[in-house]
Design a protein around this ligand. Sequence first.
Ligand code: NAD
Length: 134
Amino acid sequence: MDYLKSLFSLKNRIAVVTGAARGNGKAISEALLKAGATVIMADILKYELLKTVNSFKSKRLKAVLYECDITKNDDLDGLIKTIKEKYNKINILVNNAGVTFGHEVLNYPEEYWDKTYRVNLKAPFELTKRIAKL
Ligand SMILES: NC(=O)c1ccc[n+]([C@@H]2O[C@H](COP(=O)([O-])OP(=O)(O)OC[C@H]3O[C@@H](n4cnc5c(N)ncnc54)[C@H](O)[C@@H]3O)[C@@H](O)[C@H]2O)c1
């Protein structure tokens, strides 16, 4: 068991999970933390993120909270700067944050489509580009 644990250990690995405040991102963050990674949990929902990070503390899991809007390049640059200054490396990126707006297709509002494109497609590309450089 110890052999398997060490084989799959993520100790000394730095991970970023977007949309980490709740849902899938929260579960992914918890799994990475339990595997030993340092996890930077990024989300636009400040209070939900704080609540989640605090709930992890009670399980002795220490995550790093980062409030940001991944559709804003300045926020992404700030995230990269923080990672660079604190750890100077990145090993894992989980582009999890996403939005879905249910609506009848024929009258689908353009702003819903634009936001879906910005959060689900453009932001992961912009973040991946920045992380890959680091
Ligand atoms: N739940 C499902 O059944 C399902 C199925 C297939 C794919 N997915 C995908 O998995 C991912 C997570 O889904 P979920 O169900 O946990 O959704 P969720 O809505 O519970 O969580 C998404 C998280 O992303 C965050 N987020 C949204 N926009 C953001 C932004 N601009 N900047 C930073 N954070 C932002 C939200 O605040 C939220 O915490 C999504 O990409 C979704 O499309 C979910």
